[in-house]
Design a protein around this ligand. Structure first.
Ligand code: HEM
Length: 476
């Protein structure tokens, strides 16, 4: 209810501005050059159709129908603004690569307010470039191999040890990813402090999909209060670590790197940066963990092949031995499963940008200030690029790039200057999780659960499963 009221209010508030804008472009003759499409109803455009489609298991018709009528680059009007949608890989690449030059990142007000203005996700220009590269370096293959892998494996095992009977997989996976991120960012092991921070943090995330007006949305008010508490707790931690670092205790984690750098960041900047990293890795990785299990459960042949791969790895290790990089590197079928889960789930279904100037594209013009949505999902599920595109088929990745066309049409982690810094980390976490899960447990779904895609990709019931420990499970 709260969400729907929020969406409608947001539409009403921004519609007047959008209409003025469209009128202006019509007068100026730009409409002739706009990508074809429909702006839908006055005020709400085609928002309700989009929401209705994405709340089902099969949101594809929303884009499919428009692509059929208008082609892969079309105009629509959603969430209060005229928006150009791209279902075309070349256009998507152009949008991603021209970040900061022709297009700039654009998040709804609720998300930017709750992230904080110094968040990496909102940064632009030179500072973004520097911070993006620092974040990449902290998630590099070398760091994962030499430092993070041990903690990933240890924390996943610690969590799985307490799993028995009925488990809400999505919730359990979220707990794991939060704990992993806290460890990576500030060397914290799970405990009371991290758990109480996680509870506040969940309230912050709930506020992302509301209208950022405290008077109208109780969820948003709660999220703002929780954001203040999270900032206070992290701020205290940053101050303590700054003191310790000045006294000579340097920790080898992301916070340590931020405190030690030449940039001399203020506490508030560091806190916003930490919040952004917690947000970016949390929902995405835990959702991919859940959906990989769901797709495997529904594809028994793939699950059997995956088990075999992990049993072979398990057989050469002692019961309490941790996974090593060479183990991760000997999981070729798991990597096919990871690729295919990312392709078919499309947790980030695409990215919103804003045109910084009038931009000619494919014979049309995207007017300055307009929203653009590069849909990764539309390309990943396009039968022109992937055979039987809407079927989960990990084997498609065995001998080639998965797609039937040349060129890079697979972008689950985006691309260009905002390429996801966690692209390798996410893959490693999922692979280690699958290893520990299939070698310790067998499971069945506790009840039927459906995938939906709005406001985020998730299963309706958080994917409840019933677990049974395998009799031959050796690890402790
Ligand atoms: C497997 C799950 C993941 C998926 C599917 C995913 C996907 C993406 C995508 C598509 C973007 C690009 C957004 C844009 O262009 O606006 C992105 C950005 C980002 N991701 Fe991930 N991500 C995942 C995991 C992670 C993890 C584990 C981290 C933790 C380090 C992370 C950190 C980030 C950050 C900080 C950004 C913002 C980069 C920027 O704006 O410069 N992600 N992610």
């Amino acid at each position: 209810m709260d969400f729907l009221a929020s969406v409608l209010l947001s539409l009403a508030l921004s519609a007047a501005l959008a209409l003025l804008f469209v009128r202006f472009t019509r007068r100026g003759g730009l409409q002739r050059l706009l990508p074809p499409g429909s702006l839908g109803l006055p005020l709400i455009g085609e928002t309700l159709q989009l929401i209705a489609a994405y709340k089902t298991e099969n949101p594809e018709p929303f884009i499919d129908e428009r692509v059929r009528r208008h082609g892969p680059v079309f105009t629509t009007h959603v969430f209060g603004e005229p928006t150009v949608f791209s279902a075309d890989p070349e256009t998507n690449r152009f949008i991603l690569q021209n970040e900061g030059k022709l297009f700039e990142v654009s998040y709804p007000g609720s998300i930017s307010n709750l992230l904080g203005r110094h968040s990496l996700l909102l940064m632009k220009g030179g500072l973004h470039k520097r911070m993006h590269s620092l974040t990449m370096s902290f998630n590099s293959t070398t760091i994962i191999r030499d430092h993070l892998l041990v903690d990933i494996d240890r924390l996943i095992r610690l969590n799985l040890r307490s799993w028995s009977g009925r488990v809400l997989l999505m919730e359990a996976a979220k707990k794991i990813t939060f704990e992993l991120t806290m460890k990576q960012l500030m060397s914290f092991d799970p405990g009371e402090w991290t758990e109480s921070l996680r509870k506040e943090y969940l309230l912050v995330i709930e506020g992302f999909f509301t209208v950022p007006l405290p008077l109208f949305s109780a969820t948003y008010r709660r999220a703002i209060r929780a954001r203040t508490k999270v900032a206070e707790a992290l701020g205290k931690m940053v101050r303590r670590r700054r003191r310790e670092q000045e006294e000579g205790t340097v920790m080898n984690d992301m916070l340590g790197a931020l405190l030690a750098g030449d940039d001399r960041f203020m506490d508030e900047e560091i806190v916003d940066f930490l919040v952004a990293l917690l947000v970016a890795g949390y929902e995405t990785t835990s959702t991919i963990m859940t959906l990989a299990v769901k797709f495997l459960t529904e594809t028994p042949l793939a699950l059997a092949q995956l088990k075999e791969e992990h049993e072979t790895i398990g057989a050469r290790k002692g019961p309490s031995e941790g996974l090593e990089w060479t183990d991760y590197k000997s999981m070729p079928f798991t990597q096919c499963v990871v690729n295919e889960t990312l392709r078919i789930a499309n947790i980030i279904s695409g990215v919103f940008r804003r045109a910084m100037t009038d931009i000619p594209i494919k014979g049309y013009v995207i007017p300055k200030g307009w929203k653009v949505f590069a849909s990764f999902r539309a390309v990943h599920l396009d039968p022109d690029h992937f055979k039987d595109a809407r079927t989960f088929n990990p084997w498609r990745w065995q001998n080639n790039s998965g797609s039937t066309t040349s060129g890079n049409v697979y972008t689950p982690f985006g691309g260009g200057p905002r390429l996801c810094p966690g692209y390798e980390l996410g893959r490693v976490i999922l692979s280690v999780f699958l290893h520990r899960l299939v070698t310790r447990f067998s499971w069945v779904p506790a009840e039927e659960d459906k995938l939906v895609f709005f406001p985020t990709t998730r299963t309706q019931k958080r994917y409840p499963i019933i677990l049974k420990q395998r009799e031959d499970s050796a690890w402790q």
